[in-house]
Design a protein around this ligand. Sequence first.
Ligand code: HEC
Ligand code: HEC
Length: 295
Amino acid sequence: MRRIFKIVLALGVLIGLGAAVYFFKPVNGPERDLSLEADATRGNYVMRIGGCVACHTDLKNEGAFLAGGAALETPFGAFVPPNITSDKDAGIGAWTLEEFSRAMSVGEGPGSTHYYPAFPFDNYTLMSDQDIVDLYAALMATDAVAEKAPEHNVGFPFNIRLAMLGWKNMFFTPRRFEPNPEKSEQWNRGAYLAKGPAHCGACHTPRNLLGAADASQHFKGSRGGTGGSFVPAIDPASLKAADWDEASLKDALTGGFTPDFDTLGGSMGEVINESLMHWTDEDLTALTTYLLEGE
Ligand code: HEC
Ligand code: HEC
């Protein structure tokens, strides 16, 4: 009996180690070219496309620009978007471009801090090298705010950051956007924006029980938006069924009326005010082209 017990125990340890090696192996993606020349003005536009301001600024309480946002309520707890101003202690002013690129591309900060997917790195990983380099230059040029944002309020076991490394091994693949050569340049730009920096799917694609986006349900809407709100489907069939066309989409997405003479509110209102209102007409056209045509 004791011998069998020992064998079983040894097997258990082996399986456990195997799982640990599988779940906790480092996550690395394609290399980025970080030697590109940076343009901070362009980076400010990338910041708007990426919606960084909507999350990292406490808009309701008129908080300082990028100095930390309102808590995001999720089924796993409340996540507070941190201060990402150029302050060297409270913000990310002491970070190298390499460190910033790793945070955006593999969801890992300095000192092996594994991020929660409430930070949409699963979308930002698709961003181009130029966008990352420009965005970094823009962030380093922001006014430094010396106050740290409050801590997250997340219960056990989700407060164990190392678990996020396991999460990444299960659900996350660092990758870059791959253009579809059969589609127009406009469509490809729209697909890049929607899936990459503008992270529309972070809200419009349903997530599984562990908070990972369900790729098979791309843009099919979700019931679990921030604050538990309902997020409508924005796949081509649903958009057309609701009478959207290019003109009405562009109008509603820049603060105008929907085909039902309503306006878009809640978290979408913030996306419009802090991101879409600042897009060029060209990029809005690209976005609507991709939305209406689909994959
Ligand atoms: C949907 C909300 C949301 C959006 C949009 C968002 N972030 Fe964040 N971000 C977060 C949260 C939440 C965290 C904290 C993650 C954690 O602690 O695991 C975070 C963390 C970070 C960090 C790590 C900071 C640190 O001190 O470790 C950086 C850098 C960052 N975000 C940059 C950006 C940039 C740049 C953009 C725009 C391209 C952006 N974020 C957009 C929610 C967001
Ligand atoms: C932070 C979460 C969030 C993000 C990110 C987001 N949306 Fe939304 N979206 C919503 C919510 C919530 C609604 C419902 C708003 C309402 O009914 O007032 C909505 C509504 C919409 C609608 C209206 C659909 C309909 O038939 O009523 C469209 C179109 C839309 N979003 C497009 C987009 C696009 C394109 C992006 C990316 C650029 C995006 N959304 C990013 C949360 C989000």
